[in-house]
Design a protein around this ligand. Structure first.
Ligand code: ADP
Length: 267
């Protein structure tokens, strides 16, 4: 919390009456600082792969010009760096979209089970290549939420991709859907979707900052695995837009559980 607030006074004399209006600029200053930090972060994130690309281009032009083996290896790395930049730009655009959208977007009635079945089906190949068994446990009856299908699909895709990326060593990733007439987090009817892995987990010191843009619990591993550091920021935004809540529980060595709690349609 901010202990000191900046207040700028604007005074004017209008026909003998003194008009003073105070504008609280604390939020504006903070917003300005956040924007500057964000631009600095984005520039840094883009510059890293760009520098690598430029280095490889130079090497290919010079010392590696006639070395076919080196050329193939370098091109492979260059492709990986280019696709990292592509992912970053894609995530930035997604984040921008969800941030700038108003809540008035038309909402559809969505069956969570169907949505999760299709999302997990599209991630099956990834799960298979990571050697992970992906399971879905949902109530037999439909669980209807009011929401944006594309955005909610993105939420569960991001959480599942993380579980498969960081939690693959656990061998199993579970999606568990449950409902409550009165969810304590919402004080109303809610549906919970938990994505749980049994991998390396996250040191609890990181948990409060995990949804910040570009925050990574394990910087080296995230970059190695092609992470952009924006996935959970996008998740958090979309969940907020749906008047939902996001919970994270984890301990080192104990895997991680991310829970999305969404309001459920009342009949
Ligand atoms: P990234 O693109 O780096 O994966 P995210 O915003 O999706 O960015 O996640 C932020 C960080 O949270 C990751 O860098 C990783 O350190 C940590 N993290 C997210 N999900 C998991 C998980 N299931 N297990 C362990 N660490 C995780």
């Amino acid at each position: 919390d901010v202990s000191c607030r900046y207040v700028r006074g604007i005074g004017a004399v209008l026909g003998g009456a003194v008009l003073i209006s105070f504008v609280d600029v604390t939020d504006m200053e903070q917003a300005g600082q956040m924007r500057r930090d964000f631009v600095a972060n984005v520039s840094h994130e883009l510059r890293t792969p760009l520098t690598a690309l430029m280095g490889f281009i130079e090497t290919l032009r010079g010392p590696a010009r006639n070395d076919e083996k080196a050329r193939d290896r370098f091109l492979e790395i260059m492709e990986a760096e280019a696709s990292r930049m592509n992912r970053l730009v894609g995530d930035l655009l997604s984040l921008n979209r969800v941030e700038s959208e108003e809540r008035v977007r038309p909402r559809e009635q969505l069956d969570l089970r169907a949505l999760l079945e299709s999302t997990s089906a599209s991630l099956r190949p990834l799960a298979q290549s990571a050697g992970v068994e992906l399971t879905l446990d949902a109530p037999a009856e439909q669980v209807i939420v009011n929401g944006d299908a594309d955005q909610l699909r993105q939420v569960f895709t991001n959480l599942l991709e993380n579980a498969l990326k960081y939690g693959a060593s656990g061998g199993r990733v579970e999606i568990i859907v449950s409902t409550a007439e009165r969810d304590p987090a919402l004080r109303g009817p809610g549906a919970r979707v938990q994505v749980r892995d049994h991998g390396a987990g996250i040191d609890p010191v990181h948990l409060p900052r995990l949804t910040e843009r570009f925050y990574r619990a394990d910087n080296h591993r995230s970059r190695e695995l092609g992470g952009t550091g924006l996935g959970l920021a996008i998740v958090k935004h979309i969940v907020n837009r749906h008047r939902g809540r996001l919970r994270v529980e984890s301990e080192l060595g104990q895997g991680a559980a991310f829970t999305v709690i969404l309001p459920v349609e009342q009949n």
